[in-house]
Design a protein around this ligand. Structure first.
Ligand SMILES: CC(=O)N[C@H]1[C@@H](OP(=O)(O)O)O[C@H](CO)[C@@H](O)[C@@H]1O
Ligand SMILES: [Mg+2]
Length: 557
């Protein structure tokens, strides 16, 4: 490869207009006002090319999105060849290169920083390896321009092959990156996966699960309303519903808030983040009947929450904790029926935001191991992938998926071949089908929704049955604006504060006053704020409890 630095210099001068802004690669990549992202996109595009070169030309994914943030924001994150988040040791490179582009007074200064990274990672630019990049973007108005900033140097300077998927959901980008690499590794001469592969794969698994139980292809609830947050989830979900292989009666499913063509409506009073934070129906929905089921995607459709309204018109949220416990209940039972409960380890991974009742239910009712990790999918994903054969992980806000280990796939395959002759294969076939219904690369609102619908149908559970498995402790999550959120440093998977010194002791004293009280404070990785969570037994005391903790936070800030 011959890197054309002259061309790179021209692109640097043309593209990097946002200068002297500090960027950090947070919980989900870079994320800020779209108008300030030109420089970051330029540097991140180069980093993705270097990551692919480092990995012998494997496809590296890049997604332009700001998820649940308002429409004025945007962001970018890099996806590993196996569909997981950017390797943690490369996050500092992403930041160094972005800040080098942002603070350099000329191209030469930037080029020196770029050369340091290439040298440090021993990347050979004289290689014949061709970098491969898969790019996707959500429906934000700023995304097409930022895509140009991102890809401007990829082909023209680094001779990369760039596969532009256009507007897709974040999970679709993750899925297609992973599948393309798997096909490439298998020697497939046309390895590039498509959206159609995504739809065929997940609809196929959904249909097979229903067929395994000889279930009529109907939802177990009279109607499902899907709020797609006026984001990319709307058009992409409609492609699935329009597929010839999808044969759930059309009258059973209604998509709302599907105006991804109106930028200002993105995540506006709708979507998973709005419903979870406000614990109320999104704009555009009024309770049609108490036995309907509702769900909301967030702006890039990588998270989903469910909810229903009871006969007394009370709103009930079925959040990420409820989804993971439903899957844990179902899958641990299937392991038992398949007599595999001692050979395959199932577990649930949560963050400190998980409701205390969900943790108690998993431990004491399901007798299932529970781990706690820091916030952010990359932490839960790693724990689920390394500690369990069936690693179920969901954040309370609906980010999550299930990881099935290689041992799981080997065991199911060998057990199925053994029991083809005589034994009952229902539980084995269920476990196999279910693992194919889940997008294991990242939380996926569409595939998680399909898995919940299939589980409810097989267990013949109504939304009320699902909700009544355990009762959430009253809980509250508030944002606290402070001068410098970086002084709030935590330990014990973000459950305890180390700094500001003395603040945790004050919080502990407040917590002790409220039966079944729990509270913790951490700095947000995506917004300039500190988040305060509180839960306790008595809902009438929750507001006061939370306020007391917030007061101490403000006094220490
Ligand atoms: C309490 C909460 O919902 N935090 C969210 C939010 O992270 P923060 O670091 O709390 O801003 O955005 C992350 C990325 O979308 C998501 O993974 C996480 O769950
Ligand atoms: Mg999202």
């Amino acid at each position: 490869m011959k890197v054309d630095y002259e061309q790179l210099c021209k692109l640097y001068d043309d593209t990097c207009r946002t200068k002297n802004v500090q960027f950090s690669y947070g919980t989900a990549g870079f994320r800020t006002l779209a108008k300030n992202l030109d420089t970051v996109m330029f540097s991140t595009g180069i980093l993705a090319v270097l990551r692919s070169l480092k990995l012998q030309g494997q496809y590296v994914g890049v997604m332009i999105t700001a998820s649940h943030n308002p429409y004025q924001d945007n962001g970018v994150k890099i996806v590993e060849p196996d569909g997981s988040m950017l390797l943690a040791t490369w996050e500092p490179y992403a930041m160094q290169l972005a800040n080098a582009a942002s603070f350099a007074t000329n191209f030469e200064e930037f080029r020196v920083e770029l050369a340091k990274l290439i040298e440090h990672e021993k990347i050979d630019l004289n290689t014949t390896v061709v970098p491969h990049i898969v790019v996707g973007r959500d429906s934000r108005e700023s995304s097409p321009y930022l895509l140009r900033c991102l890809t401007s140097s990829m082909a023209s300077v680094f001779h990369a092959q760039v596969l532009d998927l256009g507007c897709v959901t974040t999970p679709q980008l993750h899925y297609i990156t992973d599948l393309s690499n798997r096909r490439k590794l298998e020697g497939d001469i046309a390895p590039v996966a498509t959206e159609q592969d995504y739809y065929s794969f997940f609809i196929g698994a959904f249909n097979e699960l229903f067929a395994t139980y000889q279930l009529e292809k109907r939802l177990s609830v009279p109607k499902l309303f899907i709020d797609t947050a006026n984001g990319i989830g709307g058009p992409q979900l409609k492609k699935l519903l329009a597929s010839e292989d999808w044969d759930v009666p059309a009258e059973q499913v209604e998509v709302i808030n599907d105006r991804s063509d109106v930028p200002e409506l993105l995540n506006f009073e709708c979507g998973a983040d709005y419903v979870k934070t406000n614990q109320r129906l999104p704009k555009g929905l009024s309770p049609s009947s108490f036995d309907s089921l509702y769900c909301s995607f967030d702006g890039d459709a990588d998270r989903v929450v469910f909810y229903y309204v009871d006969s007394g018109s009370k709103f009930h949220l079925l959040d990420g904790d409820k989804i993971s416990t439903l899957f844990a209940k179902f899958l641990s039972k299937q392991l038992e029926l398949a007599h595999l409960e001692h050979s395959l380890k199932i577990g649930v991974v949560q963050t400190a935001y998980a409701n205390g009742s969900s943790t108690a239910y998993i431990k004491n009712t399901l007798h299932c191991p529970v781990s706690c990790t820091k916030t952010g999918v990359k932490h839960l994903h790693h724990e689920a992938a390394t500690q369990y054969d069936i690693g179920i992980y969901f954040e309370a806000n609906g980010h999550g998926t299930i990881i099935f280990s290689e041992k799981f796939h080997r065991t199911i395959k060998s057990e199925l071949s053994k029991s083809k002759l005589n034994g009952d294969t229902l539980a084995l076939r269920t476990l196999k089908c279910f693992s194919e219904l889940i997008n294991q690369t990242v939380g996926d609102a569409i595939s998680d929704m399909l898995a919940v619908l299939a589980t409810l149908a097989i267990l013949k559970m109504s939304p009320v049955d699902w909700d009544e498995e355990y009762t959430d402790l009253p809980n509250k999550l508030v944002k606290c604006i402070v001068p410098d959120r970086s002084i709030f440093q935590t330990t014990d998977q973000e459950r305890k504060l180390l700094n500001p010194v003395g603040l945790q002791d004050k919080i502990d004293l407040v917590v002790a006053k409220y039966p079944m009280g729990r509270s913790f404070v951490r700095a947000s990785g995506t917004e300039d704020a500190v988040r305060v969570y509180a839960e306790c037994k008595d809902s009438s005391k929750l507001g006061q409890f939370c306020d007391e903790v917030v007061e101490h936070v403000k006094a220490s800030a």
